[in-house]
Design a protein around this ligand. Sequence first.
Ligand SMILES: Cc1cc2nc3c(=O)[nH]c(=O)nc-3n(C[C@H](O)[C@H](O)[C@H](O)COP(=O)(O)O)c2cc1C
Length: 138
Amino acid sequence: MNVEVRYYSKSGNTKKIANAIAKQVGISAKSIHEPLQGEVDILFLGTGIYAFDIDPELKEYISTLNPTSIKMVVVFSTAAIVKSAYEKTKKYLQAQGLNVSEKEYHCPGHYMILRTGRPNSDDIKKAEQFAKSIINSL
Ligand SMILES: Cc1cc2nc3c(=O)[nH]c(=O)nc-3n(C[C@H](O)[C@H](O)[C@H](O)COP(=O)(O)O)c2cc1C
């Protein structure tokens, strides 16, 4: 089974969660600037929220994904205010023809004076448990 983790992270919060998920799977998390190779069973795809949306660069990346070589995308996200980037990310993934899991992971991410210290160790632990539950459900 080929599992990949890719993230878009401006300030490192989503990258922390990506690393936790990847560690649980036994692989390395990479930024969206590193292309996927071959067939992918699960793509964990993470992002922050910027100006109440996902970044144009992530939208562009999603438009390059090949739905015939990726079986399922699992979205994870961090944000200071909004509760998740799932719906916004899913919209672009589905428009590209990709299969998106109904399960997602989200936790707060610090921004300026908001959500100081997040993601914290509990957020990391929950991300690891989430990754384990996805892998075990296969
Ligand atoms: C330029 C910018 C705009 C942001 N806009 C929002 C926003 O509209 N809503 C929100 O909930 N968080 C917003 N945030 C906070 C980020 O979503 C939050 O810090 C997230 O954890 C960032 O993830 P990253 O560190 O992986 O980039 C913004 C952060 C930045 C840097």
